[in-house]
Write a protein that binds this ligand. Structure first.
Ligand SMILES: [Zn+2]
Length: 156
C-alpha cells in the first residue's frame, strides 16, 4: 500500500492549549505512521466515520475516539483512521454525537463498529489501569449507544 507519511509537524511545548487531537504520543513503542496504517487496514481502507476510501486525495489521519482533551489516552485502542474532513469537523464532539451526525448525513458510520472500538478501549483501561477521566466517558458513551441502537423509534 502506498503510505504517504503524514507530516503533521507538531511543535512541542504547546501542551494544554492547542486542540491537538492528532498529535502522536508514542506509548507503545510503535510509530504513529505504523499505527495509523494498521487502523486503515482494520477499517478496510475507509474512513471510520464517512466511509470514504482513503486515497491520495483523501488522506487518513488519526482520530481519537475519546478526545485527548477529554482525557482520552494515546493508545492504539483509542485511535481510528478518519479522513481529514471528519477529523476536523468532529473536533471534540463525543463519538456518539458525531456518529449520529454522520448517520443524519447519510454516511455509513457503523454504531456496532464504534461500540466494538469502545469495548476494546474499555478492556485496555481495565487492564492497564488509570484513565480516571476516560473511564466514565467510555462507559457513558457505550450506554448511549446501547440505548439508541438501530431502532431509535422504539420507546419503552
Ligand atoms: Zn470521513
Amino acid at each position: 500500500m502506498r503510505a504517504r507519511p503524514d507530516p503533521a509537524p507538531e511543535p512541542a511545548g504547546s501542551r494544554g492549549s492547542a486542540p491537538d487531537d492528532r498529535r502522536p504520543a508514542l506509548t507503545d513503542g510503535r510509530g504513529h505512521a505504523e499505527r495509523l496504517r494498521d487502523a486503515v487496514v482494520r477499517q478496510g481502507g475507509r474512513c471510520f466515520w464517512c466511509g470514504r476510501p482513503f486515497s491520495d486525495l483523501v488522506a487518513p489521519t488519526t482520530d481519537h475516539v475519546v478526545p485527548r482533551v477529554k482525557g482520552g489516552p494515546s493508545w492504539p485502542e483509542n485511535e481510528v483512521a478518519a479522513c481529514r474532513r471528519c477529523n476536523a469537523e468532529r473536533g471534540h464532539t463525543t463519538p456518539v454525537d458525531w456518529l449520529e451526525e454522520c448517520v443524519r448525513r447519510g454516511w455509513p458510520a457503523d454504531p456496532s463498529a464504534l461500540d466494538a472500538t469502545l469495548a476494546t478501549l474499555e478492556t485496555a483501561i481495565v487492564r492497564r489501569g488509570g484513565q480516571r477521566r476516560a473511564r466514565p466517558y467510555v462507559h457513558s458513551q457505550r450506554r448511549r449507544l446501547s440505548r439508541s441502537g438501530p431502532g431509535q423509534e422504539r420507546s419503552t
